[in-house]
Write a new protein. Sequence first.
Length: 270
Amino acid sequence: MNEQRRSVKLRSDRRAREEHNGIPRARPGSRASVAVPSFFTLMNLFCGFVAITQIHQGQFPYACYLIILAGLFDLLDGMAARLTRGASLFGAELDSLCDVVSFGVAPAYLIYARILEGSGMFGLMVSALPVMCSAVRLARFNLQFSEEKKLDFEGLPTPVQAYFVIAIVLNIDQETWLSRAGVLDLEIFIPVVVILSLLMVSLIRFDGVPRISFAYLRQYPVASGAYILAVSLIGFLPYIGLLSVLLVYIVVGLARAAMRSVRALMALPK
């Protein structure tokens, strides 16, 4: 009897969360609207899993490309959910589980296998930070889940953290200047991993991926121009362009947070 009451209460709480977030209840015949975005979500998971196998075999560039592909599927599942009106708590939970693998476990294993494997237990602990912080970041995101497209997010998005890691690895393998700059030195690389992990669970707000449209271009011309410039740079200079764009993205988020803090301090009564 207690288990039945607990089950009823859980269903009631779930319905209350859906109504509070404005999520439409599932209707008979709406399975396709859930299946389409879920397909892209599972492809995200598949790419993350195959990336892990490639890391195990020492094929680090292939693993990086697969994580990038996982990010594209992650973007497509959100677009499909909005187009088919198939957004649901089930989809959000499934998406987060898949993201933990593709953007948490896979990049963390890449960090360990490519750079920190020789650092013993300390290297293993540092490599585990992206996984743990990704899980916390995604769990917090699910609590704030809403069907509406957000202009920004609280904490560094997990795909951005993953892409930053693979951008470093790809540049190490393709551009000799990055190795000469000392990025492979543990004194530099380990703090980078720690900072990326902490940013994911921070309260700093970072821009979301814009939904490009004529209305968005008119309302946010500067952001739209920056987005187009970033895509063009990555297209012409894939490796260094990706790293540069992500670095600017993080710096801009930190600079905005610093400006907000300064304004808040200046607004305090003297």
